[in-house]
Design a protein. Sequence first.
Length: 259
Amino acid sequence: MRLDEVKITRELVKSFTEKFLEYTTVDVAIAGGGPAGLVAAYYLAKKGFKVSLFERKSNVGGGLLGGGMMFNEIIVQEQGKKILDVFRIATKKRTGGYYSADAIEVCSGVCFAACKAGAKIFNLISIEDLLVKKEGRVSGAVINFSAVDIARLHVDPLTIRARHLVDATGHAAELVRMLERKAGPRLKTSTGSLVGEGFMCAEIGEREVVRNTKEAYPGLWTAGMASIAVFGGPRMGPVFGGMLLSGKLVAEKIARRLR
């Protein structure tokens, strides 16, 4: 086969454009390709919903890939292991009821499963604003290539429509933060604003990240560490069971609402 550089370019652009146009309207758009975002994408797509995930970096995985202090292993408890079992990810039993797993295998395994379930992942794209209509409900996302923000270029964004959005951007809780900045203290928190993240306490943090996985504003949900940043609670470090459970839970809650 004779390779033609221009034909390769044309087919690549056509292929991406077709995919992008198909996903300008979705059931659920997820911001952040960390453990909670990837698990949520898998479970929602598995249920037959149209799902897109936007990750500003070139790679997905979020805090997974760094493990603890750049040791690319993670720890989960029994409940977290059950979710890893769904993705056929190998775990090793440790003392005290803990299990360890290779962070690279977890990241690649969950990402592969989410894609095979039908979720579409768009890396190198950031959500820079929200689409909020007069009825006061988040109904879409304003997106741009991440490089535009990094280079501080004046380039107008594009918009996608989504019935629900998930903020899985981690500690920063970027989507909820930008909504609060523009709409004021109208969140479904105890204060109406972001409550904020507390000091490290793995036991409480693991529990609270699941308990606080919920809707922060009509149409806008939290998952993973964004749930802690928005509704409050301690951080928990390199134990990831709560993150995985949070992704599954937000998918279940949104699925019930969509049905």
